[in-house]
Write a protein that binds this ligand. Structure first.
Ligand code: UFG
Length: 327
C-alpha cells in the first residue's frame, strides 16, 4: 500500500460481515486498513488490505493509525453482537459498542475525518408495531445489544447536526449466506445463528436443530425473519460511501423485504444439502419478536440499493459451500 493515498479504515473486518465489506472494497479498487482485535473475528478472513490487530479502546494505536495513513472514511463494524450475551453482560456491551465507538469518533474528530459508516441493526426497533418495519418506526430496543447500537445512532445524529461530520447508519436485518468464492463466511464461536446451526446439523456436526417456539402468531408458528445475503450488505456500504460524498447523513434499513419462518429455513437447508435434518421444538428464546421484515424502500430510493439475492435456497447454498470448506 502506498502512503499518501486515501484509505478506508474498516474496523471489525476479520468478522463475518466485515470480511465481505473488506473484500468488496478491495474488488472495487479501494485501499483498506483493517483493525480487528480478533475477539470474534479470524485473521484468515483478512485477505485484503493492511491488517492491524488492536482494540478500539487503544487510543495510542488509533492515533498512530490516523497519523500514519491518510484515512478518508471509517466503516465501523467492530462490535459485540450477541443478543443473549448482551442480556447477561450488559456493561460489556455498552462499553464495547458505545464507549469504544465514542473513542473512535473522538480521534476521527482530532484528525478531521468526517465520513462514517456505522453497522446498526434491526434490534434498535425492538418489538415492531407493524410489519414491514420502516426507518420511521419507533425505536424501542428490548436488549442491551440493540440499546447500545441505538446510543451510537443518537450520538451520530447529534454530532452530524452540530458539525460537518456525516454518517450513514445501516440497520441490518438477518445477515446470511457467504461469498460465492466460499473463502469467507459466517463462523462464530459459539454459533447462535439459525442458518449455520442448521447447516451444522446437516453436516452431522450437531445432532439436531432446536426450533425456539412453534406457538408464535405466524402461519406455521415459528418466527419469521428477513434474511439478506452478506454480499448485498457489503454493496450497501459502497453505496453509503458514495452517499457520503453528498455531505448528508441518513439511516437505512437493509433487508430483502420478505420473511421466512424458522421451519421454512430448515426446509430450504434440507433441499440444498439433500439431508434430512432432525428437529425438536423448545421454549421460545427470550427477546425474540415473532416477525421482523424490513421496509427497504428508503435504501432503494435514496441509496439506489436493492438486494440482488432474494432466493433463499441460493442464499443458503452459498452458506453451505463455505460451511463444507470449514469442515
Ligand atoms: N432460532 C432457532 N433455533 C436456533 C437458532 C435460532 O429456532 O438454534 C430462531 C430464533 O429463535 C429466531 C430465528 O431462528 O427466531 C433467527 O435467529 P438468529 O439467532 O439467526 O437471528 P436473530 O433474528 O435472533 O438475530 C439477528 C442478528 C442480531 C440482530 C437481529 C436483529 O443476529 O444481531 O437479527 O433482528 F440483532
Amino acid at each position: 500500500m502506498k502512503l499518501g493515498e486515501f484509505l478506508i479504515l474498516v474496523t471489525g473486518a476479520a468478522g463475518y460481515i466485515g470480511s465481505h465489506v473488506n473484500k468488496l472494497l478491495h474488488d472495487e479498487g479501494y485501499q483498506t486498513i483493517v483493525l480487528d482485535n480478533l475477539s470474534n473475528g479470524h485473521e484468515e478472513m483478512v485477505k485484503w488490505g493492511e491488517f492491524v490487530r488492536g482494540d478500539l479502546k487503544d487510543t495510542k494505536l488509533l492515533v498512530s493509525l490516523f497519523k500514519k495513513y491518510n484515512i478518508e472514511a471509517v466503516i465501523h463494524l467492530a462490535a459485540l453482537a450477541s443478543v443473549k450475551e448482551s442480556t447477561l453482560f450488559p456493561q460489556k456491551y455498552y462499553t464495547n459498542n458505545f464507549q469504544y465507538t465514542r473513542n473512535l469518533l473522538n480521534i476521527m474528530e482530532k484528525f478531521d475525518v468526517n465520513k462514517f459508516i456505522f453497522s446498526s441493526t434491526a434490534a434498535v426497533y425492538g418489538e415492531p408495531e407493524s410489519i414491514p418495519i420502516s426507518e420511521t418506526s419507533s425505536l424501542k430496543p428490548i436488549n442491551p445489544y440493540g440499546k447500545s447500537k441505538l446510543m451510537v445512532e443518537n450520538l451520530l445524529s447529534e454530532k452530524s447536526k452540530s458539525s460537518d461530520f456525516n454518517y450513514v447508519a445501516l440497520r441490518y436485518f438477518n445477515a446470511s449466506g457467504a461469498d460465492l468464492s466460499a473463502e469467507i463466511g459466517e463462523n462464530h464461536n459459539p454459533e447462535t445463528h439459525l442458518i449455520p446451526i442448521v447447516l451444522d446439523a446437516a453436516l452431522g456436526k450437531r445432532e439436531k436443530i432446536a426450533i425456539f417456539g412453534d406457538d408464535y402468531p405466524t402461519f406455521d408458528g415459528s418466527c419469521i425473519r428477513d434474511y439478506l445475503h452478506v454480499n448485498d450488505i457489503a454493496i450497501a456500504h459502497l453505496k453509503g460511501l458514495e452517499f457520503l460524498n453528498n455531505q448528508k447523513s441518513d439511516v437505512f434499513n437493509l433487508g430483502i423485504g420478505k420473511g421466512f419462518s424458522v421451519k421454512e429455513i430448515i426446509e430450504s437447508c434440507e433441499k440444498v444439502t439433500g439431508c434430512e435434518i432432525p428437529t425438536t421444538v423448545e421454549d421460545r428464546r427470550e427477546g425474540d419478536p415473532a416477525i421482523l421484515i424490513a421496509d427497504n424502500k428508503k435504501a432503494e430510493e435514496i441509496l439506489k440499493w436493492k438486494a440482488k439475492f432474494n432466493d433463499i435456497d441460493e442464499i443458503i447454498e452459498s452458506a453451505y459451500n463455505f460451511h463444507k470448506k470449514l469442515g
